[in-house]
Design a protein around this ligand. Structure first.
Ligand SMILES: Cc1cc2nc3c(=O)[nH]c(=O)nc-3n(C[C@H](O)[C@H](O)[C@H](O)COP(=O)(O)OP(=O)(O)OC[C@H]3O[C@@H](n4cnc5c(N)ncnc54)[C@H](O)[C@@H]3O)c2cc1C
Length: 514
């Protein structure tokens, strides 16, 4: 026996009470919840070499009425946040009971994680965000996943890495009773009383993206880990599960294309050719005092309408080829160097450039000028030259810049009504153009579940023994990320995982007692 797991024949045929597919946030939360609920033999199957998933790359987690908020006297009412989520979705495409279940659980989950040793800092995602729901994890997703892995070990949960689930098994009565998986050693059949699918989204599956995303194009950079190819959705579909809510995306931009998703965590990230590409370009590309045009040189958005970069994701995605150019002049660059970036960053803690108004960025101008050879930046005194670099028509670009400069002079943007405080003209050469792209954090939707995280078939009937959690499931968010509930993707993963684990234990013990 290994952690309560019965190994019958050289790890080819195994038995456990519960199998969890996917060792990310939802999967490990589910396994821990099940172990805490009394389940003694749990196997987590993880396709890659490390149980971390995209959760390990994240920074924050949503919580409502959490102990952290209560200690600080913050009113983050579950009712109000539920209404915010539903209004964002126009009460369509999503199941309000699932949304309610995860929001209701979210405060308790923060306390659950605190007891396991994690700490949180409440921070704003965009200026004046109320209430504060973004629980920034000290040590980020890395610390979160290490804590969950350690907890699994302490609770006797077996995590099999490099082991991909391939097929769900059903008994003669239609109940789920096992999984066929593949490891380096070959095929494994694992029999179990219940299975939780927590295999993450399908951001790394181009076919699924193309099918579900009307504006898919090759320029979308996927930020997440390689294993997230929608396997759980495919396996569940094969056994008759209902699939719904596909095409929900967490897009952001404009964004500097990176060499690989792993680069996301590095301060001195590199470009596609491996050249250093510090975050200064990336942050500048988001700044509201700059002007944004598409590949034709046409301005397409109020650059300051919301300082949350997810707010712009959909707009950038709709531009031809998902390309956006951020334009500014040398005076604006010097202002930012002196006064700091305005847009809040993805993280508040050390090892990121200082973010926020009135935090100077010494050396920014010098540093930016060193970036020209990265291929993402053009510096020139001539808009004609910049237009050529962009492959845009010079007349179109110059007309856009003139129109913008007029808006700055008049202190009124008659096109997109941008807040006048962000209107800085582009008149002092050299001029700068940064090429940005659209990026995808996660693509979710998939297995239809109810509020107990039970998987449903195409007749909306519960598939006995099958649960699903996290980004492999559908109908808890409309097509775009509701950033007012900042951190709710990790929030949904962990809360739906816990709910799935708790209910799987009840199902197992009910069937054990039959
Ligand atoms: C760079 C980045 C930053 C982010 N930052 C945030 C943030 O700060 N806050 C936030 O809320 N959200 C954030 N997100 C989104 C969030 O991380 C995810 O939506 C969420 O963590 C998904 O959790 P999950 O458990 O469903 O999937 P994951 O954590 O991705 O786990 C799924 C796991 O299943 C495994 N798997 C897949 N197929 C199989 C198979 N066949 N067999 C076995 N295992 C399999 C995968 O390898 C993976 O380890 C971020 C995403 C990225 C990429």
């Amino acid at each position: 026996m290994r952690g309560g797991v019965r190994v019958t024949e050289k790890k080819k045929n195994l038995e456990a009470e519960l199998i969890v597919i996917g060792g990310g946030g939802a999967g490990l939360a589910a396994a821990i919840a099940a172990a805490e609920g009394g389940c003694t033999s749990i196997i987590v199957l993880e396709k890659t070499g490390n149980a971390t998933g995209s959760t390990g790359m994240a920074h924050d987690i949503f919580g409502a009425e959490s102990p952290v908020q209560k200690r600080l006297g913050i009113d983050a009412s579950r009712d109000k946040l539920f209404k915010t989520a539903m209004e964002w979705a126009h009460w369509t495409r999503i199941n309000p009971r699932i949304v309610r279940a995860f929001i209701d659980k979210s405060g308790d989950t923060i306390g659950w994680l605190e007891k396991k040793g994690l700490s949180f800092e409440l921070i704003q995602y965009y200026p004046n965000q109320v209430p504060l729901v973004r629980h920034s994890i000290l040590g980020h997703g890395h610390a979160l996943m290490k804590t969950l892995r350690d907890n699994c070990r302490d609770l006797g949960v077996s995590i099999f890495t490099h082991t991909a689930a391939k097929k769900l098994l059903r008994d003669v009565n239609g109940s789920i009773n096992g999984v066929i998986a593949e490891s380096k050693e070959g095929k494994i059949t694992i029999m179990a009383k219940s299975v939780i699918v927590a295999s993450g989204g399908y951001g790394n599956n181009k076919e699924m993206l193309k099918e579900s995303c009307p504006y898919y194009h090759e320029n979308i950079t996927y930020d997440g880990p390689p294993g997230n190819t929608g396997d759980g959705i495919t396996m569940a579909k094969e056994i008759g599960a209902s699939i719904s809510g596909m095409g929900a995306f967490n897009l952001h931009g404009p964004y500097i294309k990176r060499r690989s998703s792993a680069d996301y965590m590095n301060l001195d990230t590199t470009d596609l050719d491996g050249k250093p590409l510090r975050l200064s370009l990336w942050f500048l590309a988001w700044e509201p005092q700059t002007m944004w045009v598409n590949k034709y040189g046409r301005r397409y958005v109020d650059e300051g309408y919301n300082l949350a970069f997810f707010a712009f994701g959909n707009t950038v995605a709709l531009q031809p080829e998902g390309i956006s150019y951020t334009l500014f002049d040398n005076k604006t660059l010097q202002i930012i160097e002196k006064e700091g970036f305005i847009r809040p960053g993805a993280a508040s803690k050390a090892n990121w450039l200082p973010i926020g108004a009135a935090t100077p960025v010494p050396g920014l101008e010098r540093e930016v000028k060193l970036k020209e050879d990265t291929g993402y930046l053009k510096i020139s005194d001539s808009w004609d030259e910049i237009a050529e670099w962009m492959d845009a028509e010079s007349a179109v670009l110059k007309a856009s810049v003139n129109e913008y400069n007029t808006a700055c002079d008049n202190r009124h943007d008659s096109l997109f009504a941008k807040d006048a405080k962000y209107l800085l003209s582009l008149k002092n050469p050299p001029f700068y153009a940064i090429r940005g792209h659209i990026a995808l954090c996660d693509a979710y939707g998939g297995i239809t579940i109810n509020e107990n995280m039970e998987a449903l078939d195409i007749q909306d009937k519960i598939i006995p023994g099958l649960y699903a959690a996290g980004s492999t499931t559908g109908c808890w968010e409309s097509e775009s990320y509701c950033y007012h509930l900042t951190g709710h993707l990790v929030g949904f993963a962990l809360n739906s995982g816990r709910i799935a684990g708790e209910n799987a234990v009840k199902y197992i013990s009910k069937n054990n007692n039959k």
